[in-house]
Design a protein around this ligand. Structure first.
Ligand code: NDP
Length: 247
């Protein structure tokens, strides 16, 4: 079974990587269910997909709220009659040096980038286990495979979800439930992500860097599409996505 006709839930679908992925997989025949907090953006993206001949629905979702994540997943099942993939993509990146003690940013990153992914996993696991099939794709980061100064807590959340995806893959193989997991490690992708940075100096520096090297989010969307397109017996589980210009 390829991308066509799969039911795919995407968090963080209101902009950037999530939006680009929703549009690409819908164009390839998937039924997509979009979650994020900004309803007007979700409505617009669903309209764009439908105007292009695709099938889509949305539910306003804060990934910090397990009930809202469950409602998003349940919408996929009620509207499109099944559930094949969850793309845990919602995230924020308010980077800063640890010495600044921006503890609100730290907690927000843990709540969204880590606990938000756990909420997604919990929402799909009973269905995937009972149907003995399903794919969990999560946007980690290059900051989830190597350390960067300024990225202490962001990197901690992204290393954590990488571990989570790998352990789900191993346990599923042991338990015979065929749940496939994919970790994505994008580098500089031009999206709205830098808008979450609260330290002006960090925002300015990263803004200049992204302007120089960043690539568009459809680069990541194509990788997600490729991973979903694989046969059931194949788990392509880790991808780094670098701009050619980024060292
Ligand atoms: P965007 O800022 O464009 O997208 C982030 C998405 O996450 C938005 O749809 C936003 O929607 C959503 N989001 C944020 N907080 C919440 C929340 N509490 N509940 C639900 N949705 C939320 O940036 P990207 O597309 O770049 O980010 C997508 C993922 O990619 C993130 O996990 C990010 O860490 C990761 N990433 C990005 C890289 C880059 O260079 N851009 C590099 C490596 C990883 P809304 O505000 O409407 O809720």
């Amino acid at each position: 079974m390829a991308v066509k006709d799969k039911v795919i839930v995407i968090t963080g679908a209101s902009s950037g990587i999530g939006e680009a992925t929703a549009k690409l997989v819908a164009k390839n025949g998937a039924k997509v269910v979009l979650g994020a907090r900004r309803e007007a953006r979700l409505q617009e993206i669903v309209s764009d997909i439908e105007a292009d001949g695709g099938q889509a629905a949305y539910s306003v979702t804060d990934v910090r709220n397990p009930d809202e994540v469950q409602a998003l997943v349940d919408l996929a099942k009620s509207k499109f009659g099944g559930l094949d993939v969850i793309f845990n993509n919602a995230g924020i990146m308010p980077n800063s040096p640890i010495s600044e003690l921006k503890t609100k940013d730290w907690n927000d990153m843990v709540d969204i980038n880590l606990k938000g992914v756990l909420n997604g996993v919990a929402a799909v696991m009973p269905t995937f286990t009972s149907q003995k099939s399903g794919q969990i794709i999560t946007t980690s980061s290059v900051a989830g495979i190597k350390s960067f100064a300024g990225s202490g807590v962001y990197g901690a959340t992204k290393f954590a979800v990488r571990n989570l995806m790998e352990v789900i893959r191993m346990e599923s193989a042991q338990e015979g439930t065929n749940i496939r997991t994919v970790s994505l490690y994008p580098a500089a992708i031009n999206t709205e992500l830098l808008g979450s940075i609260t330290d002006k100096k960090v925002a300015d520096n990263m803004g200049a860097f992204y302007k120089q090297v960043g690539i568009t989010p459809d680069a990541v969307a194509r990788v997600v599409n490729f991973a979903i397109d694989q046969p059931e017996s194949v788990n392509v589980n880790e991808f780094t996505i670098y701009p050619t210009k980024q060292a």
